[in-house]
Design a protein around this ligand. Structure first.
Ligand code: PHE
Ligand code: ZN
Ligand code: ZN
Ligand code: ZN
Length: 297
């Protein structure tokens, strides 16, 4: 599976920062920086052959958007999704939250095209609006799916904050192995976590489970029984001394001291964490996407 270029991912983050700078400093729901960012991502995907669609919704008197990008081919009834919220809070540019996940899945999608990848499953990428106001865009998407369309989605991977400066390596605990959150996720979630675990194992990075409680855009998916997974490098929580032993960084400090703050800029990124997570996303999409139907889950 491909090695995702950190330089390319950071290039997208620089573009998102510049778009924010030129549009009042953020990508918040209903603000011009959000739509300009959607257009940036869409134009990259259109140029390499994705089928893209902007889904509009209305929330608190303003129009929001999801961007859905389908890679042509694969089994139409075996859809593997990856998504990230593209909106920020209004306080700042939201480069770790969630430029990081947005840029990482964008580069993975572009690599699918570049390599002419033809997986067995049908790949779909999504950039959500208005996550920060309560998972509004992703909830709208799931609500609008017919039951037939829902049934075709085999799994959804979510990436929200994957470059935290004082990073942890957390996986949504789909198998409830760490006893976090509300118990195991829908059938298939454990396997989705297992694939990510395998990747981090292969680079000798330990992982820990994190709550599978719906505090990001996978929430609407698991609520309707769709398998989900994903990675997370931490938000306002503080790194424990055991975690600092495991991963380095600073015990007693927040994983991201700029969480939801104006200092969440391109300086607020841990390159190592971002690089590892981007490669993990590619590994998971290639592995579960399969090249033959042996990968049913
Ligand atoms: N969804 C939270 C936010 O955007 C961050 C978060 C991501 C929290 C993943 C927990 C797990 O602010
Ligand atoms: Zn946030
Ligand atoms: Zn977020
Ligand atoms: Zn687990």
């Amino acid at each position: 599976t491909p090695d995702i270029s950190l330089a390319n991912v950071k290039g997208h983050l620089n573009q998102l920062q510049q778009i924010a700078n030129a549009n009042g400093g953020n990508r918040a729901h209903g603000q011009p920086g959000f739509k300009a960012s959607i257009d940036y991502v869409k134009q990259k995907l259109d140029a390499v052959g994705f089928q893209t669609e902007i889904q509009s919704f209305s929330y608190s008197g303003r129009t929001g958007y999801n961007l859905i990008a389908d890679w042509p081919g694969g089994q139409a009834d075996q859809v593997l999704m990856a998504g990230a919220h593209l909106d920020s809070v209004s306080r700042g540019a939201g480069i770790n939250d969630n430029g990081s996940g947005s840029a990482a899945i964008l580069e993975v999608a572009l690599e699918v095209a570049r390599s002419g990848h033809q997986p067995d499953k049908h790949l779909r990428f999504a950039w959500w609006g208005a996550e920060e106001l309560g998972l509004i865009g992703s909830t709208h998407y799931v609500d609008e799916l017919s039951s037939a369309e829902r049934a075709r989605i085999d799994g959804y991977y979510n990436f929200d904050m994957v470059g935290s400066p004082n990073a942890g390596y957390f996986l949504y605990d789909g198998d409830n192995s760490d006893g976090t959150g509300s118990g195991p996720g829908p059938e298939g979630s454990a396997q989705m976590e297992g694939v990510l675990e395998d990747y981090f194992g292969s680079i000798n990075v330990a992982t820990r489970g994190t709550d599978f409680d719906g505090r990001s855009d996978y929430g609407p998916f698991i609520r309707v029984g769709i398998a989900a997974g994903g990675t997370f490098t931490g938000a306002e929580g503080r790194k424990t001394s055991a975690e600092a032993q495991l991963w380095g960084g600073t015990a007693g400090q927040a994983y991201d001291q700029c969480y939801h703050a104006s200092c969440d800029t391109t300086s607020n990124i841990n390159d190592t964490a971002l690089n590892r997570n981007a490669d993990a996303i590619a590994y998971a999409m290639w592995t579960l996407g399969g090249s033959e139907s042996a990968n049913d889950f």
